[in-house]
Each structure stands twice: as C-alpha cells, then as structure tokens.
Design a protein around this ligand. Structure first.
Ligand code: PEP
Length: 263
C-alpha cells in the first residue's frame, strides 16, 4: 500500500491544512520536551517567527535512562493544545503506547512514532485504526525495507496519512549521536509514495550540526525538517545540546528558502 507500484504519484499529507509532500519543504519546530506553558509558548513563538508551520513537542518521552525526565504526560498535551490555540500551529507529538492512542489523538493533529517504537506493531495497528496523520520515525537499527514494512502495518488498517522521518541510524561512528542517512531520502522516494522528512536534531545530537544536516536533507530532496528549538537550551530538561535558539532557527529557515529556490 505504501509502494509506488501501488500508487505511482507521490502523496501529500495534510495536517490541519499544512501540506507535507512534494513541491514544499515543511518546517516543523518546537521543544524536544514540553516542560512548562511558558517554555512551550516561547519555543512556539520562535518557531512561528522563523516561518515554521507546525509545532513539535514531546509529552511522553521514551528516554534511554529511566532516571531521565520522562515528560509531563497528559498535562503536557494540554499545554500543547493551549499553545496551538494561541498560535494556530498544528501540533505533532509522540505516542508511546497503543493504549494511549485515542487519548493523545484527542489533543494532537499528528501522532509521532519514535525511533524506539518503529516496530511496536500493536502501536502501529492502533494508529492505523485512526484517521489521524502520523509521523513514523525510522528505527535507529532498521533497514529501509523494515521501515517501509512498519508503515505498511499502519496503512493496512486504513490510515494512509503517513509521513516518514529519517532521524539517523546507528553506525560505528561515535562523533555524532547517530548517522543521518541522507541516502534514505531518495531511496524511500523511489520506493514509496509517502512524504519523507529529516530530523537533523536527533541525528546529530549537537546544535552546530543542525544547519549542515538540514541543508544535506533538503538537497537530497526531503519534504520537510523537524527541528528542536528551546528558549533557554542550557536549562532544557531534555536534549538541550541539540536545541537551537530563535536566531539559529531564523538562519536555518533562510537556508531552506535559499536552497529550495535552486531546486
Ligand atoms: C523526538 O523527536 O522527540 C524523539 C525522541 O525522537 P527519536 O524517536 O527520533 O529519538
């Protein structure tokens, strides 16, 4: 169902009217984790003033360490919904369990499946039963074929509003948190009609890599970017090292516009 053999034209997924697909580069930005109403609103304002058309923010955070901040849960979703009310930006947020799909979908405009859950088949099927747009991140150890099969689990239940997100894979290299697999963008676009975006923040894991990785993703043909931004990265409860501040995001957004003018 997700292959181009089945559907030769590349698809556009609309999230509350915001298109993700060919002929646009959709910029999604926001905090890695929702911490407070003030922090989330400040990050959303930075996103919006840079030209982002969607807000990201995690309320359920699947952290490697059980001692790390795990997110605010439903209270965080309420903050996201309030910030959407304030800014008009549609919200994408992660859901980590099949049991929470209905509840999270009550607040979010797009559901995110994180790298650690790419093969959580019960979660994929539960989201497949909804008609809510979904962003499926690539498992850090998954091949492109496995990633597309995970998308197929969602599509098989009737939900074809799927955007794929390349967020870096595990390689022998330790200089970056993960290795952004730029080649995945054209490979996926050849095999599948689904839009594919790039996450330069979670792949590199460091602020100074976000702009060059964004450029690389766009030149490879990505349909969008999802970027972490925080009003005070040094105080962030999650992944502050990769968070941009407003002026960095402005620069990134300008680079997106400049590069797309040439393509
Ligand atoms: C995120 O985007 O908040 C996140 C945790 O990403 P990933 O699942 O790619 O690590």
């Amino acid at each position: 169902l997700v292959s181009r053999e089945h559907h030769p034209e590349r698809s556009v997924v609309r999230v509350r009217g915001v298109p993700i697909g060919p002929d646009t580069v959709t910029l999604i930005a926001g905090p890695c984790a929702v911490e407070t109403p003030e922090q989330t609103l400040a990050a959303a304002r930075m996103a919006q003033s840079a030209g982002a058309t969607m807000l990201r923010g995690g309320a359920f955070k699947p952290r490697t360490s059980p001692y790390a901040f795990q997110g605010l849960g439903e209270a965080g979703l309420r903050i996201l919904a309030d910030v959407r009310e304030e800014t008009g930006l549609p919200v994408v947020t992660e859901v980590t369990s099949a049991h929470d799909v209905e509840m999270v979908a009550g607040y979010a405009d797009m559901l995110q499946i994180g790298t650690r859950n790419m093969q959580n088949f019960a979660l994929l099927q539960a989201i497949g039963e909804t008609r809510v747009p979904v962003m499926l991140k690539r498992g850090m150890n998954a091949t492109i074929q496995e990633w597309l099969m995970a998308a197929e689990y969602i599509a098989q239940r009737g939900n074809l509003e799927i955007v794929l997100c390349e967020r870096g894979i595990r390689t022998f290299e330790t200089a970056t948190r993960n290795t952004l697999d730029v080649s995945a963008v054209p490979v996926v676009q050849h095999l599948s009609h689904l839009p594919v975006i790039v996450d330069p923040s979670h792949s590199g894991g460091r602020r100074e890599l976000v702009l060059p990785l964004s450029r690389a993703g766009i030149v490879a043909g990505a349909d969008g970017l999802i970027v972490d931004v925080h009003p005070q990265p040094e105080l962030a409860l999650c992944d502050g090292a990769q968070a941009l501040i407003g002026k960095d995001l402005d620069e990134l957004a300008k680079a997106v516009v400049d590069l797309t003018a040439y393509m």
